[in-house]
Design a protein around this ligand. Structure first.
Ligand SMILES: [Zn+2]
Length: 345
């Protein structure tokens, strides 16, 4: 869940597409002329090399406020819908777990085991689980020792479920995508992760999907079907605008589109709308790849010295590392953020 950082990157500095023009005017103008002559709109047409995206879901078994209910039958139902959509789309997914969510105050250990059984559905369907810490706290504000213990505490159930299928725990995802406020802490934590056998799972397609998801769950709980439908439909429009934006940043910064890593959450909105979301990606020329395959791209080895209060795309990390301004991401419209704020009250 990213709600605490919803204003983290609003109104970022304007992107400056002219900086590239200033450096190599003749080459860029020539390339532009050729591109205009030969190509239809790049925003809607797949490039010659097929696009690739690795799909990841955070906050398993489910993010509280974005679900209709987090009791075990509702979690199981939500998970089954997601897994059916992944199967139909042939999408291999990595789901990042907060084991703290398995243990709910007032519930028995038997119920905790039932919640673990919901996670087992992911592994049995052929997907992979990663660690998203036990309690989803913030690396930027927690002491490093405490935070590292929260990683360790988040391992045992996930390790056991993976081991049942002969797999090992290998991916870590930072809560809120916060990587630290100073580079010493960031690097120390990364050394700790590497020492425990983790690969950091970056995100390139970060987005405000959780804003839609909380408003959507709230509308459905209130029985406001027209509002839920309106939110779900605008969600697809918004997500396509995010894809278009990220593809553009990728081309501007790297000269090409890389295999992207998409961040979503295991909420009710995605359980209902992943089929349409997947269809949007396919229509843009994407194929679904495993996270391991996406991370083989050399872009993921680029220098990255970003630290700061924002949880943002790794494309933004690389922009900032190069001394560029951070390109401003698309925002949900005001009626959606208002519905989100009302749902949070
Ligand atoms: Zn999270």
């Amino acid at each position: 869940m990213r709600a605490q950082t919803s204003t983290r990157r609003r109104r970022a500095a304007r992107y400056d597409p002219e900086s590239m023009m200033r450096r190599r005017p003749s080459v860029v103008l020539l390339a532009l002329a050729v591109a205009l002559a030969l190509a239809p709109s790049p925003a809607t047409t797949a490039p010659a090399a097929p696009r690739a995206v690795a799909v990841t879901f955070d906050d398993l078994p489910g993010p509280g406020g974005s679900l209709l209910s987090s009791d075990v039958p509702a979690l199981r139902e939500n998970t089954r819908k997601l897994l059916a959509a992944f199967r139909d789309a042939k999408a291999p997914v990595v789901g990042f777990v907060n084991e703290g969510k398995l243990f709910v105050e007032g519930e028995t250990l038997a119920t905790a085991e039932q919640r673990a059984g919901v996670l087992r559905l992911w592994v049995e369907a052929g997907h992979e689980l990663g660690n998203h810490t036990y309690s989803h706290r913030d690396l930027n504000t927690q002491p490093l020792d405490w935070f590292e213990q929260d990683v360790v505490r988040g391992e045992p159930v996930t390790r056991r479920l993976l081991a049942e299928k002969g797999r090992r725990l290998r991916y870590f995802r930072h809560p809120f995508l916060h990587v630290g406020l100073d580079l010493d802490k960031r690097r120390a934590f990364e050394s700790f992760l590497a020492g425990r056998g983790y690969t950091v799972a970056p995100v390139t397609i970060d987005n405000d999907e959780y804003v839609y998801a909380a408003a959507y769950a709230d509308a459905r709980r209130r029985g406001d079907t027209p509002m839920a439908t309106r939110l779900a439909e605008d969600y697809l429009r918004y997500m396509e605008s995010v894809f278009s934006f990220i593809e553009g940043v990728s081309r501007d910064l790297l000269g090409r589109e890389i295999p992207q890593v998409l961040l979503l959450h295991a909420n009710a909105l995605n359980a209902d709308r992943f089929p349409q979301l997947g269809a949007m990606m396919r229509a843009r020329g994407y194929r679904f790849v495993a996270l391991q395959e996406a991370l083989r791209d050399e872009a993921y080895g680029r220098p990255d010295t970003y630290v700061g209060p924002w949880g943002v795309s790794w494309l933004h990390h690389w922009e900032i590392t190069e001394g560029r301004k951070r390109s401003p991401s698309p925002d949900p419209p005001e009626w959606v953020t208002k519905a989100y704020e009302a749902a949070a009250r």
